[in-house]
Every structure is written in C-alpha cells, then in structure tokens.
Ligand binder design. Structure first.
Ligand code: SF4
Ligand code: FES
Length: 296
C-alpha cells in the first residue's frame, strides 16, 4: 500500500528555504510561508490517513492525548489514527507508525520491544498490557490506547512512575545476608530456586499496581509488585538470618502492607510475566501469622 506522507526532510528543506529567503521576505511574509507549509503537511497527513482508512486492512486506533505544557492541548482528548495492518503487528508497532507518519509529538515510552524492560505498559482496550507483547490481531478494533490508570499523566501515554518505584524500594529489594563466604559462590538448592523462580521475573512495569483497586484508594499500600519483590528475598534461602527475616516481615505486615490485599486477583490477571502475585501475598500473610503465634 502506498502512503503519500511527506518526508520530514521535505519539511526541513522548506524551513531551510524559508531561512535562505529571509533576506528578501518580510517577517509577515515568512510567517505566511511557514503557515502554508505547515498546512500542506497537515493536509497530506490527513489524506494519507484517509487512504489507509479506505483500505480493507487498516487498524483504527483511538489514542489518549494530553500535554500539560501546551496551551490549547491541555484538555485531554482522543486522537484517531489509521494504521496499515501487517501480520504480527503489535500495539507498539502501530503507535510507532502513527508517531513516525502522522504526529511526531505523540509521546509514549518503549525500549526493548521484547517484554523485558517493562517501559511500555499501557491501558489497551480496558486492560493493563505491555504494548510490545500485545498483538493487534488479538484485540477488538478500534483499539483504544490510554496511559496506565491511577497514575499522574506526564504527557499523552507517559505516566509518572515515581510513586511505584518508591514503593518498590521501600521493601529493600536487595540481598542483605552476611553469611556469604568471601570470594565463594553462594549455593542455592534446586527446590529453593524453583520456589522463587516466578517472583524473580518482575520487570517493574507497574501494570499490577495500576490494576489494583486497593492501591488506587490507598496511596500508602505497598502494592502487589513491591510485596512480590519482598517475597523474592524473604523466601530465598541464601538470606537465612532470622533477624533479617523478621525485619522483612515487619515491613510486610505494617498497616499498609499485606493485610490490605483483598484477594481480588486483578494484579495476577494483568501481570505480563504471569507471576502468581495474589498467591504470593497470601503466603506472606500466613508467614506473618505464624511469626506472631505465641504458645503458652
Ligand atoms: S509483578 Fe508483573 S505486573 Fe507487576 S510490575 Fe512486576 S511484571 Fe509488572
Ligand atoms: S518495550 Fe520493553 S517491555 Fe515492551
């Protein structure tokens, strides 16, 4: 399918021309020329989208837009994009096409494109998903793309992840054991590795936190990802000092810790790495109860 969108270079050339002509044109004429160039570019983009929309295999996307810094774009809205469909196309592919061909100001995060970095978690057709892992062919069209709910929007599809990172760091997500023999490899049994295997798969995408009703209503709740991270270290036999285990449990059983979870399973449903988050939280609740049992 041919898509006659003017090249960005073309626009650059036009601006260059305008600069060259500055010596002979008045500022008013330069402004008019720039406006005409911009209008021509926008018209060409619109025409390209219409051509693609008319074609049978075009995906229609409704994409959330919001720019707090540009007056006139401050009202949140949805922009519609028509993207030529290709077999194997992901939501991230479609967003990149829309950005590269129609609107360079469309803003979203991505990096690895293989479900490893966790940066492109968004709310697609009403569910938290990794865009690079989600096939267009698996979704109902038009595909609606929004930023992760319950987080502040920085711009378009980008949300502020600081609170999520703070919660992750609050459970001290690193080894603290002092039993490691100097210069020697710390051994772990196969069984223990199996036990913590799933919990180590977290990629810090924030999808679980965004899906959690409790986290939405309680800003201090540690949230499923942080609790899972604590589980990963609490259950690791290489960090086997009783005092440390106790310390980790105290963090987890605080007022806004594991007891806030109401086993709604929304986090488990959306986790792109299939981590059994709700199960891990329940297991830690049992550990907290056990540690507080007293026998007279
Ligand atoms: S637990 Fe799953 S959903 Fe939550 S941050 Fe980690 S990978 Fe993402
Ligand atoms: S781009 Fe890295 S997880 Fe999707």
């Amino acid at each position: 399918m041919s898509t006659q969108v003017p090249e960005q270079e073309g626009e650059a050339e036009s601006s260059a021309d305008a600069e060259t002509d500055a010596s002979v044109e008045s500022p008013q004429e330069q402004r008019m020329a720039k406006k005409a160039t911009d209008r021509a570019y926008r018209d060409a983009q619109k025409k390209a989208q219409e051509e693609i929309a008319a074609a049978e295999e075009a995906v229609r996307m409704k994409v959330f837009r919001y720019d707090p810094e540009v007056e006139g774009k401050q009202e949140p809205r949805f922009d519609e994009f028509h993207v030529p469909f290709e077999k194997g196309m992901t939501v991230l592919d479609a967003l990149m096409y829309a950005r590269d061909h129609y609107d360079p100001s469309l803003t979203f995060r991505h990096s690895c494109r293989q479900a490893v970095c966790g940066s492109d978690a968004m709310f697609v057709n009403g569910q938290q998903r990794l865009c690079c892992k989600t096939q267009m062919s698996d979704l109902e069209w038009p595909v609606r793309v929004e930023p992760l709910p319950h987080q502040d929007v920085v711009k378009d599809l980008v949300v502020d992840m600081q609170h999520f990172y703070d919660q992750m760091h609050s459970v001290e997500p690193y080894f603290q054991g002092e039993n490691a023999p100097d210069g020697e490899e710390q051994k772990q049994t196969r069984e223990n590795r199996e036990k913590i295997k799933m919990s180590t798969r977290c990629i810090w995408c924030g999808a679980c936190m965004s899906s959690c009703n409790i986290a939405a209503g309680d800003n201090e709740y540690l949230g499923p990802a942080a609790i899972n991270k604590a589980y990963r270290f609490y259950m690791d036999e290489r960090e086997d000092e009783a005092e440390l285990e106790e310390h980790r449990l105290r963090i987890l059983e605080q007022e806004h810790g594991v007891w806030r979870c109401q086993t709604q399973f929304s986090c488990t449903e959306v986790c792109p790495k299939d981590i059994p988050l709700t199960e891990h939280i329940q297991e830690l609740k049992r550990e907290a109860v056990k540690s507080n049992l007293k026998f007279w």
